[in-house]
Design a protein around this ligand. Structure first.
Ligand SMILES: [Zn+2]
Length: 249
């Protein structure tokens, strides 16, 4: 999810592992997660945001990591200031190191596994809500996109805020991540889909798709969603794709 390279190790890194997959949490992850929650009304709501972002990004990256493992590729997870990364482990190969060679379809499934792990988690949250006697209603996001709101009548403010936040992060960010824009998961999917139909020019086409989609989403984010953050993010990603294109020419 989101940006780029693994940040340097620090002595404040939190380290643990899940099902044999090493996880490292860079201190900036917590800083950015708190900033995301700062618009909330109270300390407890900020902590709920941090918890929801932590769990959701972890599940997203575990989706990638388990998919890689299915194809024989070991990996480790890093949560950092701008999201998370699942990093394939290099294997010794002929005196150097290399990644396991994955087929385009395997690459596509690995990329999709992150967002879809989040969607599955959202379905799990909705099921929990129903089992707990809660209600699910649909609201229109930005006036157009149907979006589920889960509420448990006797659940109290903390439980209900957590449910809504988890649904928001897992569904909305999952959809955002599927946009065919580098280096989002959807950008990877687009690259391998276009490479399969056009091995010579697929990468260049996927970069142009990234530039155009990024620009359109940036405009829509600014003028329709009134989200400066999303507009800035997608504007930046579109510009980066454009720069990569310039270097390839
Ligand atoms: Zn991802």
């Amino acid at each position: 999810m989101f940006l780029f390279q693994s940040p340097p190790q620090t002595s404040y890194d939190l380290r643990f592992s899940i099902a044999g997959i090493p996880v490292r949490v860079h201190p900036l992850f917590w800083v950015i997660a708190i900033l995301f929650g700062l618009s909330s009304s109270s300390l407890i709501h900020i902590l709920l945001w941090v918890f929801a972002i932590f769990i959701s990004i972890l599940i997203h990256e575990l989706g990638h990591a388990f998919a890689m493992r299915r194809y024989g590729q070991r990996s480790s997870i890093v949560l950092h200031g701008t999201g998370g990364l699942t990093i394939p482990e290099q294997i010794s190969w002929g005196g150097g190191t290399a990644n396991i060679a994955l087929t385009p379809n395997q690459e596509i499934l690995i990329s999709l596994a992150g967002p879809f792990a989040g969607f599955l988690f959202a379905i799990f949250i909705l099921l929990i809500t129903i089992v707990m006697g809660g209600v699910i209603t649909l609201t229109a996001l930005f006036g157009i996109i149907p979006f589920p709101i889960a509420q448990i009548p006797n659940g109290g403010d903390i439980v209900n805020t957590l449910l809504i936040t988890l649904l928001w992060v897992n569904i909305f960010w999952g959809l955002v991540n599927l946009m065919p824009v580098y280096p989002l998961d959807g950008g990877n999917v687009a690259r391998y889909v276009l490479l399969q139909s056009d091995p010579w020019d697929g990468v260049r086409k996927s970069l142009w798709l990234s530039v155009i989609t990024g620009a359109v989403v940036a405009f829509a984010a600014f003028f329709v969603m009134h989200s400066t953050y999303m507009a800035f993010l997608f504007g930046l990603l579109a510009f980066q794709s454009y720069q990569i294109l310039q270097r390839r020419m």
